[in-house]
Design a protein around this ligand. Structure first.
Ligand SMILES: [Zn+2]
Length: 253
């Protein structure tokens, strides 16, 4: 059930039937010369939509802009401050809680969002609203290790593979060599163990970390299916979990 497609009388039904809501959250930020700016929100929305369809969860509209200031030197990147994202997500959760649904999975497609989302979830819990952050690539680390040669990065083998499966028309394979030639092998730039790379441009001239040339749509499909499965199983657990198990614990006597 996709909330935005329903009328309000239909929403009344759907909200009381669905025991869990999925909120996809991503970014609009540079993903090298070969992937679209929407990579993170397209991926989060795709995983959430599939899991909602298979599990009967309520799918909320996607939050398309997140915490991406570190990509600002690349054209088209949008960002909001972490506290804006946190407050916005809390607001959405409180609105649905007002209608009676208080269990959420925040389906996150962008690593920069994670601290703000964890903070939102922790604060909501004290109000009796139970939100959990599903960082899809963290949930399937084992599958990523099995399927990929190079691994994650940014706009590397992982993200290139998943977008290639979801939206092949948005991938530019002719730009892979350009992305790879200027790619950083790993995130960041350390001197004597100290991080000195605040912005992506400090270590990745074309905005790419990892090896997009190793990507394939088949690898993307395998990993996406695993991510949907994990989310589906987590959603089912959350649907069954009694609120007392999820609630903040009282002060020690
Ligand atoms: Zn990304």
């Amino acid at each position: 059930m996709e909330l935005a497609n329903l009328t309000w009388p239909e929403a009344k039904e759907a909200i009381s039937r669905a025991r869990v809501a999925l909120l996809p959250i991503g970014s609009t930020e540079q993903h090298g010369p070969h992937l679209p700016l929407g990579t993170d929100h397209l991926t989060a929305a795709w995983i959430a939509r599939e899991a909602a369809r298979q599990g009967g969860f309520l799918l909320l509209p996607t939050v398309p802009v997140g915490v991406s200031v570190h990509h600002r030197q690349f054209w088209g990147t949008l960002w909001v401050e972490p506290e804006v994202l946190r407050a916005y997500v809390e607001g959405i959760a409180r609105a649905l809680a007002y209608h009676g649904l208080k269990k959420f999975v925040l389906v996150n497609g962008h690593g920069g969002n994670t601290p703000a989302l964890m903070d939102a979830a922790r604060r909501l819990r004290d109000e009796g609203i139970f939100a959990f952050v599903y960082v899809w690539w963290r949930a399937v680390e084992e599958e990523i290790r099995e399927v990929l040669e190079d691994g994650g990065g940014h706009a590397g083998e992982l993200e290139t593979s998943v977008v290639w499966h979801i939206a092949p028309e948005l991938v530019r394979p002719d730009k892979f060599p350009e992305a790879a030639a200027q790619a950083a092998p790993a995130w960041g730039r350390k001197i004597q163990g100290v991080e000195v790379g605040y912005d992506t441009v400090d270590f990745a001239a074309a905005g790419c970390v990892g090896a997009p040339t190793k990507a394939s749509p088949e690898k993307g499909r395998t990993i996406l299916e695993a991510a949907v499965n994990k989310l589906l199983r987590f959603g089912k657990w959350l649907a069954e979990a009694p609120p007392e198990e999820l609630a903040s614990k009282p002060h020690k006597p």
